[in-house]
Design a protein. Structure first.
Lengths: 248, 229
């Protein structure tokens, strides 16, 4: 189909060219659809001064404590800035790796309402530079920023958020990069794929031959996908676990 | 946590709010106490639960061992799907929030002010915060209900004249349930509508940080749905 195959044999190969200072999006919501294996590969690859975009910096309870996540990249000193809908824990008893670095002024944290975060990336993928939203109007996040009244209601100006790379997880892919997600795995992943110059996908099932996915059933078209890697079975590959199966 | 001498349990609090859901409503439940609203027996009412990660029409929590590892609600809990459920991506999920299709969102809060402002994303003295989808939901849902404890752990009121911590949205809250009673935000201010079991009006006044509109006779919090005739 294309001159160059999108199918990569290793995560390391698929992330080799990330330059320092790049803006990376990591998909997933509470572990589901989270590119756990690609987090590990980016941490090994070692690029620095990265801006990392994700819903949160930590996946959730169905991930073993030592599983790769953005917190690991933060510990490795790779992250300059995060753009997330959660930059602090939601319970006083919890602690994020990020918090310590933000408190010391080592990392900038941009906090964005979740729908605005999604729409900023959707806009980037749709060729729209900015948009107005009612979310966050009247709050600390809107202080000093441009608002405009439409039909008697105040809206806040938000800018598109383009990504250099998107790292996402899908259930099925064909060799042309057409993707299907399963259940709530979809979340941010199709949006990030469209917002990025380079989209790298970790895939749960064996890569299908071109044409094996009916065009009507494609969730993300292969033109938005550049590199796909099949996730090996555990323990070589990272997979979410049943809540009861995680040792504490 | 088990039995309170007086006042409402968290489940009773959520049951009372769930009684307000109307047939056909699309409902979004926030993380924490509000998730208990989905345990309520809605009888013949059809309620569609929406979760901001793009799940439209989820059902009860999955039984232990029967979790679908690809399916969670906004709080990351493994849920089930109801017949007719649909999945959309995050931008579409928030498109339906922003365009006003959510009939009610039930959120937790640290503070609710008498003018309908509320705060739930940043604790006092905290750097950063956890907004999630709360600002989008609060700004755009047709109704905003809050479920929270009446006081902080230090005994400070959560119902206040003005929020002392950064607000999530301004003037949007309609109804608040606490362990002590049910409160409605009206044009005139915050009104005590129903009172929890064993709780007195004097106790509520003493633990509330704003003026309350209190009718002469405050009925008890309704504990069972008034079934349709």
């Amino acid at each position: 189909m294309s001159a160059r195959s999108k199918v990569y044999s290793s995560f390391d190969d698929a992330v080799r060219d990330i330059p320092n200072g790049a803006t990376l999006g990591f998909g997933g919501f509470a572990v589901v659809g989270m590119p756990i294996n690609l987090y590990e590969a980016v941490a090994k690859q070692g690029a620095k001064a990265l801006t990392c975009v994700s819903n949160s910096t930590r996946g959730g309870a169905t991930l073993p404590a030592d599983a790769p996540d953005m917190g690991q990249m933060i510990k490795y000193g790779q992250v300059r800035k995060v753009i997330c809908a959660f930059t602090a824990p939601t319970r006083a008893s919890q602690r994020l790796v990020l918090s310590e670095y933000v408190e010391k002024g080592l990392i900038e944290a941009e906090l964005v309402p979740q729908g605005t975060l999604a729409e900023r990336m959707r806009a980037a993928g749709a060729g729209i530079p900015a948009f107005y939203t009612p979310a966050a109007v009247g709050t600390e996040l809107a202080e000093g920023r441009e608002t405009r009244v439409f039909n008697g209601r105040e809206y806040l100006l938000e800018h598109a958020l383009p990504l250099d790379y998107a790292f996402i997880r899908a259930h099925q892919a064909d060799a042309a990069g057409n993707l299907r997600f399963r259940r709530s795995q979809r979340n941010f992943n199709p949006i990030m794929a469209m917002a990025a110059r380079v989209t790298v996908v970790e895939v749960e099932e064996d890569i299908l031959p071109v044409g094996a996915i009916d065009p009507d059933d494609v969730h993300t078209a292969g033109i938005f996908v550049h590199r796909i890697v099949k996730i090996p079975p555990p323990p070589e590959g990272w997979w979410p676990q049943r809540p009861g199966s995680i040792a504490r | 946590m088990s039995e309170r001498a007086k006042g409402l349990t968290r489940q009773q609090m959520c049951d009372r709010l769930a009684m307000e859901f109307q047939d056909g409503w699309i409902v979004n439940l926030g993380i924490g106490i509000p998730t208990l609203c989905s345990n309520f027996d809605f009888g013949d009412k059809q309620i569609i639960f929406h979760s901001e990660n793009g799940v439209i029409g989820y059902g009860p929590l999955a039984a232990p061992g029967a979790e679908d590892l690809h399916l969670v609600n906004a709080g990351g809990q493994h849920v089930t799907l109801q017949p007719g459920a649909a999945i959309v991506h995050h931008a579409d999920s928030f498109a339906l929030i922003r365009s006003g299709r959510i009939d009610v969102t039930v959120l937790g809060a640290y503070e609710v002010a008498e003018n309908g402002d509320f705060a739930n994303w940043k604790m006092a003295g905290q750097q950063g915060g956890g907004i999630g989808g709360a600002m989008d939901l609060a700004a755009c849902a047709k109704h905003v209900f809050v479920a929270m404890e009446h006081q902080t752990r230090d005994g400070k009121p959560r119902l206040v004249e003005r929020c002392a911590i950064p607000a999530t949205a301004r003037g949007v809250v309609n109804l608040v349930i606490t362990n002590l009673g049910l409160f409605e935000i009206t044009r005139e201010g915050m009104a005590l509508r129903e009172i929890g079991p064993g709780v007195t009006v004097e106790e509520i006044k003493a633990t509330t940080g704003c003026n309350l509109i209190i009718p002469g006779d405050v009925p008890p919090v309704r504990m069972r749905p008034a079934h349709d005739h």
